[in-house]
Design a protein around this ligand. Structure first.
Ligand SMILES: C[S@@+](CC[C@H](N)C(=O)[O-])C[C@H]1O[C@@H](n2cnc3c(N)ncnc32)[C@H](O)[C@@H]1O
Length: 207
């Protein structure tokens, strides 16, 4: 199962979102050319909206690739910062170039290395965005819970995992996502919702 929503609905939703930023368009083109899994523009649009509503001071992103999702966050920030994390230096170097081109460098901090380890040094995280190894989402949340600010948001991409979450015999990776979703809904630490946009976006409020 590849599409969570009816492909025609998906097409309709995409037709509503216009992008006029040439840097974002260039990043989408690069993602397409390299077959690199950046978030869909509908998800980028969603991240932008949440950031506008929340007005965070600090966003920490785990798994930034060449910066497409972080660029959406940065565009929506008023005076905060987004921390990009990726263990591939070449990705972060590309991200730096795109941010420079979009005049957003001063809104970003660039980190290379293991995203969870790097993130530990940040306190009072207002938005934690998970888009690194799916099997490590739960571990990341447990490790970083105490680094979150009051009323922090956690956003996680791919939580419906191409629909595999409803398979009768889920594989190990899918089981890890199921465990993560269970924790986010049932630990009593978060109030969560999954928006079935693209591959499923989890939005959780720390309580
Ligand atoms: C799905 S891509 C991220 C796409 C990006 N969020 C976007 O939408 O533009 C996942 C990225 O996470 C990175 N990654 C995976 N596990 C990581 C880890 N433990 N620490 C740092 N980076 C990691 C990979 O190198 C890859 O670039």
């Amino acid at each position: 199962m590849d599409f969570i929503t009816n492909p025609k609905i998906d097409e309709y939703l995409r037709s509503l979102v216009n992008i006029d930023d040439p840097v974002l368009l260039k990043m989408e083109e690069l993602g397409h050319r390299l077959n690199f899994p950046i978030v869909d523009r509908l998800v980028g649009n969603f991240l932008y909206l949440i950031t506008k509503i929340k007005n965070p001071k600090l966003i920490v992103e785990l798994g930034s690739g060449f910066g497409y999702s972080a660029y959406w966050f940065a565009k929506a920030l008023r005076d905060g910062k987004v921390v990009l994390n990726d263990y591939k230096e070449e990705n972060i170097e590309k991200a730096k170039k795109f941010f420079k081109e979009g005049n957003l460098t001063e809104k970003a901090v660039f980190e290379v290395g293991d995203a969870v380890e790097n993130a530990k040094k940040y306190k009072n995280i207002d938005i934690l965005f998970l888009d690194h190894e799916k099997s490590r989402y739960l571990e990341a949340v447990k490790e970083l819970e105490t680094n979150l600010s009051e009323n922090a948001l956690i956003i996680a991409d791919n939580v419906l995992w191409h629909g595999k979450v409803i398979e009768e015999n889920p594989n190990n990776k899918t089981k890890k996502i199921l465990e993560f979703n269970e924790y986010m809904f049932k630990s009593g630490k978060f109030f969560s919702s999954i928006v079935p946009l693209r591959d499923g976006i989890l939005l959780a409020l720390k309580i």
